[in-house]
Design a protein around this ligand. Structure first.
Ligand code: GCO
Ligand code: ZN
Length: 298
């Protein structure tokens, strides 16, 4: 089987992020963080629907009860797609008005995890240690797991639910914690993988059906495939754009790896060299597949 990389959606996002495959509709949900948009795109019909947000939007995730849970600015919000209305569920980081949500994901029990970061002066340049990692429970109570985060990013869980994988981008590592699925508590942080020379900044990530990680390497134009058991990089997939931001499996059988990218901060000359920056890619022939995304239970 040979790996095939296609640009499947040529609409440019400033910062495409947070792809989620929605099985029922066969659509890809993703955000444009600084473009302040949430998109839902069908690969079959090529139709794209969009909801505009008022502030930077870090993530959008389907709820079990319908609609979406989003991280917009410093609030957890509930989005009703039809009316495009957003209502506030909880506000975080009240002492840090410049902070905003970045990536978020739902754990295997239905809790939402999402982290924050300070305001970026330009991509990946910001005041450090301003962010925190939060979870939002079914009853909409918020729990802060830790602070001192530079740029909260990719997250996912092991297939046995005993490990939580987490990326604080500017630490240049992929970390692991012990995970207690009953309580939603994390402990025993350790480094799983250190980015090597040329691998750039670790950004979004997802776990595949073999329990292995696919990590987007921002500013390095690639995805890396990591075995979390050994910390060994198994594979590198190069893309035609440098600012690779995140990935998720989708499509029939979950064998298509959808990848988001960004163009924010690129000048005309850079854009001319990499005109697909900010577009959505589909990678097939990886010999790997994913699992259905979890929806928020609250
Ligand atoms: O996509 C994200 O997670 C961030 O919100 C972006 O701002 C960039 O990717 C970041 O600058 C590089 O890590
Ligand atoms: Zn990210």
């Amino acid at each position: 089987m040979s790996v095939k990389i296609e640009c499947v959606l040529k609409d440019r996002c400033e910062i495409g992020e947070g792809p989620v495959w929605e099985e029922k509709s066969g659509t890809l949900l993703f955000v444009d963080i600084s473009g302040m948009k949430i998109h839902r795109w069908s690969p079959t019909t090529n139709k794209k629907e969009t909801v505009v947000t008022e502030k930077f939007v870090g993530f959008a995730i389907p709820r079990q009860t319908g609609g979406y849970l989003i991280g917009e600015g410093r609030r957890f919000g509930a989005l009703d797609w039809e009316s495009k209305s957003i209502t506030t569920i909880a506000v975080i980081d009240e002492d840090k008005p410049n902070n905003r949500f970045n990536d978020g994901k739902v754990d295997p029990a239905g809790r939402l995890f999402a982290g924050t970061m300070g305001m970026e002066e330009r991509p990946a340049v910001l005041e450090l240690k301003q962010g925190s990692l939060f979870s939002l429970n079914k009853d909409h109570s918020v729990f802060k797991h830790f602070d001192q985060v530079d740029l909260s990013n990719g997250l996912d869980w092991s297939l046995d639910h005993k490990t939580f994988y987490y990326i604080d981008s500017l630490k240049y590592t992929v970390d692991a914690f012990n995970y207690d699925i009953n309580t939603g508590c994390i402990s025993n942080r350790r480094i799983l993988y250190k980015m090597e020379e040329g691998e750039g900044i670790p950004d979004g990530m997802c776990v595949d059906a073999d329990g292995r990680l696919w990590v987007a390497c921002y500013s390095a134009g690639r995805l890396i495939h990591i075995d979390p058991q050994t910390g060994v990089r198994l594979q590198t997939i190069k893309l035609p754009v440098d600012k690779v931001t995140s990935c998720c499996f989708g499509g029939k059988d979950y064998t298509d790896l959808y990848v988001t990218s960004a163009c924010k901060g690129m000048d005309e000359a850079c854009l001319a060299k990499q005109p697909l920056s900010g577009c959505i890619f589909k990678i097939t022939g990886l010999g790997a597949k994913g699992l259905p995304a979890q929806s928020f239970n609250g």
